[in-house]
Design a binder for this molecule. Structure first.
Ligand code: R5P
Length: 301
C-alpha cells in the first residue's frame, strides 16, 4: 500500500474519493483554476515522491479539455518525483472512431491513446472500453493496459430488483454482444443481438426482434449518449408486448435530455454506473478499480 497514491482530474473527483476510501490509498488533492484566457492551471498537493500515482480521470462531455487537465496533472506528479503514472480512466473518450470510415478522417481512438501516452503514462486502467474493430485494449495502447468490466455488477444489481423468471437480454448491435453475453451469464435469460444502422449523430435504425418473447427484457450497451439507440430497441420491445424493459449501461453520458426521453418511452429503469458522474448511478465501479489497483500496486516494491 505504501507505494500507491491517488489523485484526480475534475472528470472523476467523486469516484477518486470513493476509490481512496475503499483501497486505503491516500488521495493527493488537486487545486485547479482557469486563467482569464481559458488556459488551465493545476497544482497537486501531497507527497508523491517515489510513489506509484494513479490519476483518476473520466473524459466525458468535454474530453479535449479533460485530456489537457490530465496531461498537466501527469506532468505535475512527474515533476514531484513520482515513480510511475497510472492513468485510471473509468470512461475513455473517442473510442468509437476506431476506423477511418471515410477518406480524410482521423483514427481518433489511436490518437487519443497516443496523447495519453505522450503525457507520460506508464499504465492504463479503464472500464468497458468500446472495443469493436480493435479486439483488445492492447491494440489501442502501447503501454500496459487493463480493461475491466462493470457488466457483472450491473447484472447482479438487476437481479436484486427483478421479479424473477426468464429475461430477454438484448444487444442493440454487433459490438454490444460482448456486454450482452456478460450480462446473460449472470441473469437467467435468452440473449439476442440486433443489427444497428447509424443514419446520423442522432438517428439510428435497429433490426426487428425475432423469436420468442419474455415478459421482461434488458437492453445492454456500453454507453448512452443521446439515448436514441436504447429508445429504438425499447420501441421494438414495447411493440412486441414486452411489459417490463430495463437498460443496463456502463457509461451514462445522457446528453440532450436522454434520461427523460427514455422514461417517457416506457423504460422501467436505467441501471448504470458512476464511471461518469451522473444522478442515476446505482452501481459504483470504485470497488472494481480499487481491487485492480491494490492487486497490481499494493506491494512495497
Ligand atoms: C455505439 O455503438 C455505442 O455502443 C452506443 O450504442 C452509442 O454510442 C449510443 O449512442 P446514442 O445513445 O446516442 O444512441
Amino acid at each position: 500500500m505504501r507505494n500507491l497514491v491517488l489523485t484526480y482530474g475534475s472528470g472523476a473527483e467523486r469516484l477518486a474519493r470513493r476509490i481512496s476510501q475503499i483501497s486505503g490509498a491516500p488521495l493527493a488533492e488537486v487545486k485547479r483554476r482557469q486563467f482569464p484566457d481559458g488556459e488551465q492551471y493545476v497544482r497537486v498537493c501531497g507527497n508523491v515522491s517515489g510513489k506509484d500515482v494513479a490519476i483518476v480521470q473520466s473524459f466525458a462531455l468535454s474530453p479535449d479539455s479533460l485530456l489537457v487537465e490530465y496531461s498537466l496533472i501527469a506532468d505535475a506528479v512527474r515533476g514531484m518525483g513520482c515513480r510511475q503514472v497510472i492513468g485510471v480512466f473509468p470512461y475513455l473518450a473517442y473510442a468509437r472512431q476506431d476506423e477511418r470510415f471515410n477518406e480524410g478522417e482521423a483514427l481518433s481512438a489511436k490518437v487519443f491513446a497516443r496523447l495519453i501516452e505522450a503525457s507520460g503514462t506508464d499504465a492504463v486502467y479503464t472500464v468497458d472500453l468500446h472495443l469493436h474493430r480493435f479486439r483488445t485494449i492492447n491494440e489501442v495502447f502501447e503501454v500496459p493496459a487493463t480493461n475491466l468490466s462493470a457488466m457483472p455488477l450491473l447484472a447482479e444489481n438487476y437481479l436484486r430488483h427483478s421479479p424473477g423468471g426468464r429475461v430477454l437480454v438484448v444487444g442493440p448491435d454487433s459490438e454490444s454482444s460482448q456486454w450482452a453475453k456478460a450480462v446473460a451469464e449472470v441473469i437467467p435469460s435468452v440473449c439476442t443481438i440486433l443489427e444497428k444502422e447509424r443514419l446520423g449523430d442522432r438517428e439510428v435504425r435497429v433490426s426487428d426482434l425475432s423469436g420468442g418473447m419474455c415478459s421482461a427484457a434488458v437492453i445492454v450497451d456500453d454507453m448512452i449518449s443521446t439515448g436514441k439507440t436504447i429508445l429504438e430497441v425499447l420501441g421494438k420491445l414495447k411493440e412486441s408486448g414486452v411489459g417490463r424493459v430495463d437498460a443496463l449501461v456502463t457509461h451514462s453520458l445522457l446528453v440532450e435530455g436522454a434520461y427523460s426521453k427514455l422514461r417517457e418511452g416506457g423504460l422501467n429503469s436505467l441501471i448504470t454506473t458512476d464511471t461518469i458522474d451522473n444522478d442515476y448511478a446505482s452501481v459504483s465501479v470504485a470497488p472494481l478499480l480499487a481491487d485492480a489497483l491494490l492487486r497490481d500496486f499494493a506491494s512495497d516494491r
